[in-house]
Design a protein around this ligand. Structure first.
Ligand SMILES: [Fe+2]
Ligand SMILES: [Fe+2]
Length: 374
């Protein structure tokens, strides 16, 4: 009889995946959990919503595409994938340059929190729902996110840190979003997640000498999961044309701008990490925005004009303001607070300047479903 405990990668339900991780939580470290607990504009948050409204969605208008997607997810192509195997090269954490180590651990903690944020939201919907279609979808997505978070935690544990996911579930602050905002934000985070993972994966395929950690080898299948999650939200939005027309287009633009700007600023906080990957963060941002915009044309009637002369210039100004805010916070005192206040205003001005760049309009295709082509 095999007495080895099961791995979260083999779990077929979110409950099982979380129970395995709960079992391991005695090894989790307070410092990493504290970082994951942070709630700032730039750190991943936990969300809650009006679950009854979400549960009331009728997917019969997109039934064919819906059933196709659900059967892809039920086939579970990534079962057992998210665990270390012989491809997992030994990681020399002690030999890693300290700055890189710090930024990389920060990257892993933030990714783990983001994955887990999806898991918590999807699991809650699955728990509260009565609509068979909705419950089934959210169960499948929660299953995937639990595996993703568990796998990142495996990698962190080798560095002597790990995030206590059970503690986070209970103690991290939940932000309430109306269902339509959940659709825009979550759809975008799934699609941008796909674009981020696949861009790094393809880059490292061409430049394996920059693969300084084995986790990047898992990114291709990983982003397949995120791609399918994004497809699910595209179909949910497709069930109600009002969600992507009229005044809601302004909201879509708001979320596009916020998600892109946050990614830009957050990535620029990790120069050593991007240098080790051999990736220029400006190139990377542009690449990811281009892919995400192309994908989001499946459902959003507008995209942001990332080629507009004001776009890049304003992102850079936003980034500088963000650095100055952090420095003001660090310095403290009256001067520090003043610096924070002035630069917060500057950052808000930058956001407004990005938001008011005219967007690119286009016709949304009849058929929503896409295949991952990057
Ligand atoms: Fe994920
Ligand atoms: Fe996802």
């Amino acid at each position: 009889m095999n007495m080895m405990p099961k791995h979260s990668a083999d779990a077929t339900t979110v409950e099982e995946g979380l129970a395995i991780q709960e079992e391991q939580s005695k090894f989790d470290s307070a410092a990493a959990t504290e970082v994951a607990m942070q709630n700032t504009l730039l750190t991943p948050r936990f969300y809650t919503t009006d679950f009854d409204e979400l549960d009331a969605i009728d997917v019969s208008g997109v039934r064919r595409d819906w059933d196709g997607l659900i059967s892809e997810m039920e086939a579970d192509p990534n079962k057992g994938h998210f665990k270390k195997n012989e491809d997992w090269d030994r990681v020399d954490w002690d030999g890693m340059e300290p700055e890189l180590k710090k930024e990389f651990i920060d990257f892993l903690i933030s990714s783990c929190t983001a994955e887990f944020s999806g898991c918590v939201l999807y699991k809650e919907m699955k728990r509260r729902g009565k609509n068979g279609d909705i419950v089934q979808l959210f169960q499948l997505m929660a299953r995937d996110e639990a595996r993703h978070a568990g796998f990142i935690n495996d990698a962190l544990r080798e560095a002597g840190v790990a995030v206590n996911l059970g503690f986070l579930t209970q103690k991290k602050k939940y932000t309430y979003f109306r269902p339509k905002f959940i659709y825009y934000a979550t759809y975008l985070s799934e699609k941008i997640g796909y674009a981020r993972y696949i861009t790094i994966f393809r880059h490292l395929q061409a430049h394996p000498e920059h693969r300084f950690h084995p986790i990047f080898k898992w990114f291709e299948e990983w982003c397949g999961d995120e791609f399918r999650h994004g497809e699910a939200f595209a179909l949910l939005m497709k069930t109600d044309p009002k969600l992507t027309s009229g005044v809601n287009v302004f909201w879509i633009k708001f979320f596009l701008t916020a998600v892109y700007a946050t990614m830009y600023v957050r990535d620029h906080q990790r120069p050593a990490f991007h240098k080790a990957l051999g990736v220029d963060p400006d190139w990377y941002a542009h690449e990811v925005f281009t892919k995400t915009s192309k994908l989001s044309e499946q459902i959003f009637p507008i995209t942001l004009d990332i080629e507009h002369p004001r776009w890049q210039r304003t992102l850079e100004a936003l980034q500088r303001a963000n650095v100055a805010i952090a420095e003001g916070k660090r310095d403290g005192g009256l001067a520090g607070r003043w610096r924070q206040a002035i630069n917060s205003l500057k950052a808000a001005g930058c956001f407004a300047a990005l938001y008011t760049i005219p967007s690119v309009k286009h016709r949304v295709p009849e058929s929503t479903r896409l295949e991952p082509v990057y």
